[in-house]
Design a protein around this ligand. Sequence first.
Ligand SMILES: Cc1cc2nc3c(=O)[nH]c(=O)nc-3n(C[C@H](O)[C@H](O)[C@H](O)COP(=O)(O)OP(=O)(O)OC[C@H]3O[C@@H](n4cnc5c(N)ncnc54)[C@H](O)[C@@H]3O)c2cc1C
Ligand code: FES
Ligand code: FES
Length: 487
Amino acid sequence: MIEFLVNGRIEKVDQVDPNLSILEWLRTKMRLTGTKEGCASGDCGACTVITGTPDHQGNIRYEAINSCISLVGSLHGKELITVEAFQQETGHPVQRGMMEKHGAQCGFCTPGIVMSLIALHANKEATGQGDDQLLEALSGNLCRCTGYRPIMAAGRQALVQEWTPEADHPAAALSSGTGSPELSAIHRDSITLTAPDGPRYDSPVSLEELRELRRAFPDSRLVAGSTDLALEITQQLKTLDHLISVERVAELKAYAREGDELVLGAAATYQQFHKALCDLWPAFDAMLERLGSLQIRNRGTVGGNIANASPIGDMPPALIALDATLVLDGPDGERRLPVEDFFHGYKQTDLKAGEFIHSVRVPVPKTHEQLYIYKISKRLDDDISAVLGAFRLTVEDGVVANCRLAFGGMAATPARAPKAEAALTGQPWNDDSVTAAMTALAGDFTPMSDVRASATYRQQVAGNLLRRALLSSGANPGEPLMVTDYA
Ligand SMILES: Cc1cc2nc3c(=O)[nH]c(=O)nc-3n(C[C@H](O)[C@H](O)[C@H](O)COP(=O)(O)OP(=O)(O)OC[C@H]3O[C@@H](n4cnc5c(N)ncnc54)[C@H](O)[C@@H]3O)c2cc1C
Ligand code: FES
Ligand code: FES
């Protein structure tokens, strides 16, 4: 059985198919139909709701998430706030802003937009409240008829107004940030959710329990934020028989500096580790801001991104460039291997039966090291990469002493470019060497053409990214940033 709060009221759920998304549960079991289904794939944001997740200090993290690709079992011990919580006449500043600035036309996207803006309003002291934050909050919400100018105006107006709900308001806890007594009364132990006809969802809270479950059920599927996995349910219409969630295992959620490494627990979300990683390697900042939408980054994890083994996942090339190490755990104990060696082929990995990713160990920068990460996608926000280039270089006295050049989108797995690396290593960090490396790069990959990009485009843009790194490094002052002719 799982327990959670919905708009301030305790819900206990048992005997439900764990393949059910929060969205389906809300609409079909609770008849709370204000939350809409647009795409069922995390792309449009019509299904946005807010979850409040308690941390160990008793503070609650309120986040906008896509309910269409979040599973009902993930709600245990959390607070769920839907648009129905804001039906009262007094209204929230976001609702008033949307009305007064004409932020809705057909209204289908509106509940999701309202929830994204309310989540930003609740977090505004921590995140800031400028246009950058508004754009980030709306990065996962598509509106096809109003246009974003009035929606931005609504957000600007709302963010400078305070919201002081009555104590009995169904979302009152949003303004206090500490949660209600009912929420803290919910137990924090492991749970199992089962459907009458079989499918099962386990959510252990300790590493030992997770190992035990994996030992007992090696064919079970692991789930973290479900931003990849749930698409198998909503798009491929699969029923997954047994899911084991890593989301509540404390050791897997942790991220901390250990000596000369930053250790990211596999179940840490992008939003959680963003600052710690970017403080060390600022090049991640721009990339992480473009990884999915805010709703996706609130749920998606580094372990899920690596285990998913997509050739166009954004973290793996960057981690390969950094020579990060994976810690795998399972029935036979712990083992380590370079992230680079984890990928065997398209969606094939080194994970053995019953194993799971425990964490990834990211080295801290050494003297003279530089990191560049460039993501190329058709759309700026919430789009998967066509190509991602990640370059770690050690430049001493103007010479490239070492380099690791890794790419996503160029092969069946994220991979390094050995010929380009050889062409650059030991050479001056200048235009001639980079041009030679770009030529060598043509021998490293035979990219494919697909909906995201043609093979020719991929090959050309991958080389251009190397030149972009040179230009960004300031090694060639005065060079124009846009360079297209390198043949
Ligand atoms: C709209 C949308 C936009 C997206 N945009 C991007 C993008 O721009 N860039 C990008 O890289 N990705 C993107 N993604 C993909 C996805 O969000 C990421 O890959 C995310 O990091 C997956 O993490 P998760 O926790 O949600 O994984 P889940 O979906 O929970 O799991 C993914 C896979 O990993 C396995 N797994 C999970 N945790 C572990 C573990 N600890 N050990 C072993 N196996 C494990 C699961 O069994 C499953 O096979 C997007 C997805 C959506 C829906
Ligand atoms: S329904 Fe489109 S993101 Fe959920
Ligand atoms: S108001 Fe129609 S899609 Fe946004």
